[in-house]
Design a binder for this molecule. Structure first.
Ligand code: BES
Ligand code: MN
Ligand code: ZN
Length: 503
């Protein structure tokens, strides 16, 4: 991973990255560019005509490289319209777009306008997130020869302050665990199944200190799940040669009192073929990403432990591979979930809610929870409703939802609140069991949310985050977001724990 440094001294790198914004568009359509190089003075008079010649616009996601004078290369990254104080997310994206465009180089210095420590932190995050590459399975190709920046220096007058140093430390943790989340999402089912997912985190927990870091991990295997009555997880996993698991990571602050206790539960379908409701071949490969929720909650929990935040986290990842076989769950099968509810499985492709129902009930055995958050690539309807870049929040508690919404915004993650309309609940009624696993097609994201709500005790503040669209980028890279796994939800989950620590 890229290592970060802070400096307020002379620039030692051969590449200098600065910002480029534009003034409000004049009526004649002329672009009025502004160089925003933070605490470093540049010769705007000389540079602006060159930038104009090159057709620069200063728009977000524009990266322009020109030969430097004191450095080999001078890189301008677009900041959009000029503002006295730029939004942290604008800086995060601009830093990310530049570090992504600099893959193949060894090092660079970034000097962007950062007036607050939070802006410095956002720039550092953007650098790390944008530098991400997934080359694990490339043996001989151009990309393999184009590794991410090894070292980045962030230039700022604040460099010497303790606040700035802490910000860089936090950003490094976010960068590291977002990369882990993305790696897991990008790893195909040939190399990632419920068992290997658990092993990955078992090794990681050990590596980062285990109990000394406040972390404990436990795994339930298929026979344990069966004997304890986890009918949802086992029904989804029974069609696969790779048996299901329930992973539990607990974090308790070391020598500090937990200010809040949260359960984080993430959908962990390591591949979703649709089961006997087999998905069409076109696009099925993207279903290697159906464990994005599990990866995000587990990695976030480790990140929270590494930041030593004074909160307690109970993290659960119900893991299964949804496959087709003579042993796969059939439409019409009735299963008994953990806790006793019976479900008529009308569609084996609505499997996420089955594994989550079990895990949500299990998580609520901890009676000191202040809140429970589930994260899932749950429905195609989520993508239809909000597109590929915005995720949904559903809740039984408006205050919790508002709090999370505000926090996700500062973390730079796009969430949007969605309702759980009571009238849709009846569509989940089954003539033969307590509930069916599918209901009304219209508003399918909300119906899935209402299904999960049945597993939540009404007094417990709960958030259901459907990240089906934003978890996996099948389009072009942008800002700090690469193609493939994005790490969606991790930053907000960490920020929620941070907010509990200060409230
Ligand atoms: N994993 C999918 C949802 C999904 C779709 C995630 C597209 C990411 C991108 C989920 O298990 C699923 O198949 N949902 C069904 C539910 C339906 C059968 C009620 C869907 O959305 O079609
Ligand atoms: Mn499915
Ligand atoms: Zn799924």
């Amino acid at each position: 991973m890229t290592t970060l440094h802070l400096s307020d001294g002379i620039i030692k790198d051969e590449i200098l990255v600065v910002g480029l914004s534009h003034k409000k568009l004049a009526r004649d359509g002329k672009v009025n560019l502004v160089i925003e190089s933070g605490d470093i003075a540049l010769d705007s008079k000389k540079l602006l005509p060159i930038l104009a010649d090159m057709g620069a616009t200063g728009k977000s996601d524009e990266v322009i490289k020109v030969p430097g004078v004191t450095t080999r290369l001078l890189v301008f990254t677009g900041l959009g319209e000029q503002k006295t104080v730029l939004d942290d997310e604008v800086l995060r994206r601009a830093a990310g777009a530049a570090s992504r465009a600099l893959c193949g180089n060894a090092s660079a210095t970034f000097s962007l306008p950062a007036k607050k420590v939070s802006s410095l932190e956002a720039i550092a995050e953007g650098v790390l997130l944008g530098a991400y590459v997934f080359n694990k399975f490339r043996v001989d190709s151009l990309a393999q020869r184009n590794p991410s920046l090894k070292s980045v220096t962030i230039h700022s007058k604040q460099a010497g302050s303790a606040g700035a140093k802490d910000a860089i430390k936090r950003a490094s943790i976010i960068g590291q665990y977002t990369a882990l989340t993305r790696d897991l999402i990008n790893t195909p089912p040939s190399h990632l199944n419920p068992d290997s997912f658990c092993k990955e985190f078992t090794n990681l927990v050990k590596k980062v200190g285990g109990a000394a870091a406040g972390l404990k991990i436990s795994v339930m295997n298929e026979s344990q799940l069966k004997s304890k009555g986890y009918g949802g997880i086992t029904a989804v996993g029974q069609g696969s040669a790779n048996p299901p698991r329930l992973l539990h990571i607990s974090y308790r602050p070391v020598k500090a009192k937990a200010r809040k206790t949260y359960a984080y539960v993430g959908k962990g379908i390591t591949f979703d073929s649709g089961g006997l409701a087999l998905k069409p071949a076109a696009g099925m490969e993207a279903m290697k990403s159906d464990m994005s929720g599990a990866a995000a909650v587990c990695a976030a929990t480790i990140a929270i432990a590494m930041m030593k935040l004074p909160v307690a986290i109970d993290c659960y990842a119900p893991l299964a591979e949804n496959m087709v076989s003579d042993n796969a769950t059939r439409p019409s099968d009735i299963i008994t979930m953990y806790g006793g509810k019976t479900i008529e499985v009308l569609n084996p492709d609505a499997e996420g809610r089955l594994v989550l129902g079990d895990a949500l009930v299990k998580a609520q055995e901890n009676k000191s929870l202040d809140g429970i958050v589930d994260v899932a690539t749950l429905t195609g309807a989520q993508v239809v409703a909000l597109g590929t870049r915005t995720a949904a929040i559903m809740t039984n508690n408006q205050d919790f939802s508002h709090h999370f919404f505000a926090i996700s915004k500062t973390a730079g993650e796009a969430f949007w609140p969605m309702p759980l309309p009571v009238e849709l609940r009846a569509s989940l009624d089954s003539p033969v069991a307590d509930m069916a696993n599918i209901g009304e097609r219209m508003g399918g994201m909300l119906v899935a949310g209402l299904f999960l709500k049945e597993f939540i005790s009404p007094e417990l503040p709960w958030l259901h985050l459907d990240i089906a669209g934003p978890a996996y980028n099948e389009g072009e890279p942008y800002g700090y977001t690469p193609v493939g796994g994005t790490g969606m939800a991790l930053r907000s989950l960490v920020a929620l724990a941070q907010s509990a620590a200060i409230s």
